[in-house]
Write a new protein. Structure first.
Length: 86
């Protein structure tokens, strides 16, 4: 198997842009999950609906874990390529 990083064809500016894009996307997904959980908590409290509270941990787990699992490896590869070049 090839030891070459798939991001070796990009220049440093493109790698920095991609790294920044994935960081922003990761943070946006996490913030959206927290806001959705907060909205569910508020609506459940106002409507006195305890079944809504069961959805909050699911939103938080998916909203925090998924972005780090999906984009964490990509960010590490890009960061490794940037460090290799400097």
């Amino acid at each position: 198997m090839s030891e070459q990083n798939e991001y070796s064809d990009y220049n440093v500016d493109e790698l920095n842009r991609k790294l920044s894009k994935f960081k922003k996307l990761q943070m946006a997904m996490t913030i959206a999950a927290v806001l959705a959980s907060l909205a569910i908590a508020i609506v459940s409290y106002i409507k006195d609906a305890p079944q809504g509270y069961k959805m909050i941990p699911i939103f938080l787990i998916v909203g925090i874990a998924y972005p780090y699992l999906a984009f964490g490896g990509i960010r590490k590869k890009i960061q490794a390529e940037l460090e290799e070049r400097s």
